[in-house]
Design a protein. Structure first.
Length: 92
């Protein structure tokens, strides 16, 4: 779901991105585009897991059937606790 970079006429990266940034709601758009390229869509999957440490990923976490807050920020941890999402701590 990474962004595509715009290149100039010499093939050099310009610093601009092509399309929607992979940020907040843009991650949903990028995942849906990637799945469409594979001939699939989110609704086809019985289980969709998504792991994140950031509240910026709330839109995609909310789309997942199994959202996991992984080493979450304080803000995401509060949301995860409120919603009963799994919290995974990988580092002490």
């Amino acid at each position: 779901i990474a962004v595509r970079l715009v290149r100039d006429e010499h093939g050099r990266v310009t610093g601009r991105i092509d399309g929607v940034p992979s940020f907040r709601d843009g991650k949903i758009t990028r995942v849906e585009q990637w799945l469409a390229d594979q001939g699939r869509h989110l609704g086809q999957f019985e289980r969709v897991s998504f792991y994140s440490d950031s509240p910026n990923d709330l839109p995609l976490l909310e789309k997942a059937t199994h959202p996991v807050a992984t080493n979450p920020s304080a803000e995401l941890e509060a949301v995860a606790q409120e919603r009963g999402w799994r919290i995974l701590r990988l580092f002490a």
